[in-house]
Design a protein around this ligand. Structure first.
Ligand SMILES: Nc1nc2c(c(=O)[nH]1)N[C@H]1C(S)=C(S)[C@@H](COP(=O)(O)O)O[C@H]1N2
Ligand SMILES: [Mo]
Length: 539
């Protein structure tokens, strides 16, 4: 694992709950396995459109309980109200290295479940598979061998509180641009370039919780070393999602919530798979505060380096199983197909579930993809002139790649890729306090020492001149921001593309990126700069 990726502290904030009530004792937590109330909760309690279980209240197809108070519509572009999908305004997104929670995009597939009393919350972990028991563990309230429940206080007492700074990106990020540029429609919520954010997540390592559960269940340590390669960990949220409703008829039971699955080796590491395993977190905190309802309160998974779709919110159940989950969002969504494949005749089994993020960058200042400059603006030298015909404009953006691969360069062009300028990379902001909660600062005031400009001369003796040395201190699960003072001659097109440490870069041709779900779009980001006469009276 890279330096500084993970910081751990024993002190924990988990005892704070939204209701402000103190948590019950650990022994209570264990007894809850057999208490009557807990069993009733496990099997589900119906009251019209509500269901309660494991401390959650799930609102079935009912959006009247949404946490509207937590949402700052004035800073977000709402792409869909029900379910709630919103992204921040791009120029706000780029202002801080750590995205404030109020600005962090929200992507939900159904109604937000409530957890009014976190002391009643239980995480159910089913390791029956390791005991030779088959099944998916999707049998609600299964109290058999290999099923263990963890209260928040038990998690806090048993495991080290761990903080990881990680970027989450929705697989649908830049979908609107994909459609507009290819003129081919896709299925999915429209997103501009801001369905991405970089936050400090706090919680417990999933690997620690799994190992402890397996130990409790009496599984031999040595067995963990020889887990078959098709063992996966299924994760389930407590939300209601319409896509799983069909199962109600098929099984006669309430359908599962949003699901995802992660391979055993990805979470636990394995002898056969060398290399770093991402610090997969069961997170209780975001940017130093308990998770908000929109982001998964009280517990969510955070899978660094992987598309946001696998970071299950409102997590209530984990279970070992053979093969990937058969959940809708694993089998029939979040897969990338050829531009030749149309929705009508897709064979979903022909592609694996999307996991690691491809290399990505986009500009956020200027914030739109069409930038209209008034001729007068140009003439009155609002922007500094490089020479008689060109002007210098500031361009700001973010760059990120999956699998922990760090960004090594961002190239920016003012003439549709004919010539390129190397952007200055900003990997972290040293004036951000421990929890990243300092007031919004202007990007122009970013400390010089946080910047790295490959290929540009720096003062002698500055270690940052050595990119390899510099990267050793960089967390590959976080994004970086970048800046370029670009000389342009409008009308023109600004292009930008990132390069990661495996030398992956973004394709120039958007047509090859098209797929009918519009996921994983990472073609070269482009801004069209037009000159127009503008409203003369105003100037
Ligand atoms: N339970 C649950 N988890 C979920 C989702 C969901 O709809 N339900 N959406 C997923 C998707 S597609 C993304 S991109 C991220 C978004 O996380 P955020 O809303 O905290 O930004 O959550 C993931 N986890
Ligand atoms: Mo997503």
């Amino acid at each position: 694992m890279q330096l500084d990726t993970v910081s751990r502290s024993v002190g924990s904030l988990v005892a704070e709950t939204r209701s402000g009530r103190s948590e019950q004792s650990d022994s209570d937590a264990r007894d809850a396995n057999v208490s009557r109330r807990s069993r009733v909760e496990c099997f589900g309690n119906y009251d019209g459109m509500q269901r309660s279980f494991q401390g959650y209240i799930q609102f079935i197809d009912d959006y009247s309980h949404e946490p509207v108070g937590d949402r700052r519509h004035d800073m977000l572009n709402v792409q869909k109200e029900q379910p709630f999908n919103a992204e921040p305004k791009p120029h706000l997104l780029i202002r801080e290295h750590r995205t404030p929670t109020a600005l962090f995009y929200v992507r939900s597939h159904g109604s937000v479940p409530a957890c009014p009393d976190a002391t009643r919350f239980r995480l159910q972990v089913d390791v029956g598979l390791a005991l030779g028991l088959e099944g998916t563990g999707r049998n609600e309230g299964a109290q058999g061998r290999g099923v263990h429940q963890w209260s928040l206080i038990a998690l806090q007492q048993q495991f080290q509180f761990t903080e990881v700074e990680a970027c989450l990106q929705c697989a649908g990020n830049r979908r609107t641009e994909l459609v507009e540029r290819t003129k081919r429609p896709v299925k999915g919520v429209g997103w501009h370039q801001a369905a991405i954010g970089n936050a400090l997540w706090g919680g417990f390592l999933l690997a620690d919780v799994l190992r402890a559960t397996l130990q409790r269940a009496g599984v031999d340590e040595r067995q963990l070393e020889v887990m078959p390669s098709d063992v996966f960990i299924e994760l389930e949220g407590a939300d209601w999602v319409p896509e799983e409703e069909w199962r109600r008829k098929a099984t006669g039971r309430p359908p599962p919530g949003y699901m995802a699955s992660l391979s055993w080796s990805m979470v636990m590491g394995s002898a056969s798979k060398a290399g770093a395993v991402p610090p997969v977190l069961l997170a209780t905190h975001m940017n130093g505060a308990p998770l908000t309802a929109d982001h998964g309160y009280p517990l969510r998974c955070v899978v660094p380096g992987v598309y946001g779709a696998r970071s299950v919110k409102w997590l209530w159940r984990l279970s070992l199983r053979r093969g990937h989950s058969d959940g809708f969002f694993v089998e029939r969504d979040y897969k990338v197909f050829s531009p030749a494949t149309e929705a009508a005749y897709v064979n979903w089994n022909a592609a694996p579930p999307l996991m690691e993020v491809n290399v990505q960058c986009a500009a956020c200042v200027p914030s739109g993809r069409i930038w209209k400059l008034w001729r007068q603006q140009q003439q009155r030298q609002v922007y500094r002139r490089a020479d008689q015909a060109s002007m210098l404009v500031p361009v700001w953006g973010y760059a990120y790649s999956g699998g922990g691969r760090r960004i090594i360069r961002v190239d920016v062009s003012g003439d549709s890729g004919a010539s390129w300028t190397v952007a200055r990379l900003i990997f972290h902001s040293k004036n951000v306090d421990e929890h990243g909660l300092q007031p919004i600062s202007s990007p122009t005031r970013t400390a010089e020492s946080d910047c790295y400009t490959p290929g540009l001369e720096r003062p002698t003796g500055n270690a940052d001149n050595n990119m390899a040395l510099h990267l050793a201190t960089v967390n590959g699960y976080a994004w970086c921001r970048w800046y370029a003072a670009l000389s342009i001659r409008p009308p023109c097109e600004i292009w930008c593309r990132a390069v990661d440490e495996a030398a992956n870069t973004q394709p120039d041709d958007v047509r090859g990126c098209w797929n009918f779900r519009g996921v994983a779009h990472n073609s070269t980001y482009r801004i069209q700069v037009d000159v127009s006469d503008g409203p003369q009276a105003r100037l």
